[in-house]
Design a protein around this ligand. Structure first.
Ligand SMILES: Nc1ncnc2c1ncn2[C@@H]1O[C@H](COP(=O)(O)OP(=O)(O)OP(=O)(O)O)[C@@H](O)[C@H]1O
Length: 266
């Protein structure tokens, strides 16, 4: 089985400015794959500035790699051309952002986003079809269209809104979700619900998820594999439990010791 997503020696540099045109590597020679043996949750773990968001943007195709290759289902992202190919890729690879209040325009009703996605990515031809597709997706995240219709973002809680964002992504029937710190702005009590939802999406809908986080505890509880990054470089990668139970790299050990209290495990 070929991987759903494969990164090989991916590099992203940014100009540092200054007289000599120096550049810095936000992502430096990163290789890993996702979904080689069926749907999975891969956590990318690292502290602020380790290059996680840059990596997510390259996978979503919104930032170009400066070097290396990113292949989605055997198609190099650099070769995607024209609106048709771009829309097809966007349908299959959907983003979930950190702050759902920033993901939605506060002046726009939430159902507008859902209906628009249903029309663009789920082939809904009229209002009835768009409503049906939206309701079906909302039900997968424990909501319904009746609860969301006509409401503005500020009329929902952070946890509800993040579930609406996930439902919007699901309308497209994606194969891969790229979730960048999706629970860091959500109350602790709702974090587990969203984390459990990701598990359900993997198991029941066959969606693979790249779960980007600095939180080792949630990464441990949901991911199948982990990639630990520091300053743009992968320092350790492997099976989630094995890696986080027994980290080998000094940075991973430091991260584990710093973040987790002894009684919460891993
Ligand atoms: N557009 C940009 N221009 C210049 N430098 C950038 C740009 N985007 C990111 N960087 C730099 O690349 C490095 C990695 O940033 P990135 O946001 O990917 O890290 P991160 O792990 O996601 O951090 P955080 O969790 O704080 O978002 C940082 O040093 C950052 O300053």
């Amino acid at each position: 089985m070929t991987s759903l997503l494969e990164l090989r020696n991916v590099v992203r540099t940014y100009a540092k400015g200054g007289l000599f045109g120096r550049s810095a590597r936000a992502v430096d020679d990163v290789s890993f794959s996702v979904g080689g043996s069926g749907p999975e949750i891969l956590a990318i773990i690292g502290e602020s500035g380790s290059g996680k968001t840059t990596l997510a943007r390259m996978i979503l195709g919104t930032v170009r790699a400066s070097g290396g290759s990113i292949r989605f289902k055997d198609m190099d992202l650099a070769d995607i051309k024209g609106r048709g190919q771009r829309m097809d890729f966007m349908r299959q690879v959907q983003p979930i952002f950190q702050n759902p209040f920033e993901a939605f325009n506060p002046l726009k009703r939430l159902d507008r986003y859902l209906f628009m996605t249903a029309r663009h990515f789920a082939g809904a031809r009229d209002d009835t079809a768009a409503e049906a597709a939206s309701d079906a997706a909302l039900r997968k995240v424990g909501l319904s269209l009746a609860e969301v219709k006509g409401r503005f973002p500020h009329e929902m809680s952070g946890g509800q809104l993040q579930r609406v964002a996930i439902a919007r992504a699901l309308i497209a029937s994606p194969l891969l979700l790229v979730a960048d710190e999706p629970v860091s702005m959500v109350d602790a009590s709702l974090r587990t619900a969203i984390v459990n939802l990701f598990r359900k999406l993997r198991d029941e809908m066959g969606v693979s998820i790249i779960y980007i986080t600095h939180d080792l505890a949630t990464a441990y509880s949901i991911s199948d594999r982990v990639v630990i990054m520091r300053r743009g470089v992968v320092v350790e990668a492997g099976d989630a439990r094995a890696t986080l139970d027994n980290p080998q790299h000094p940075y991973s050990i430091e991260l584990k010791n710093a973040v987790l209290s002894p009684d919460t495990g891993p």
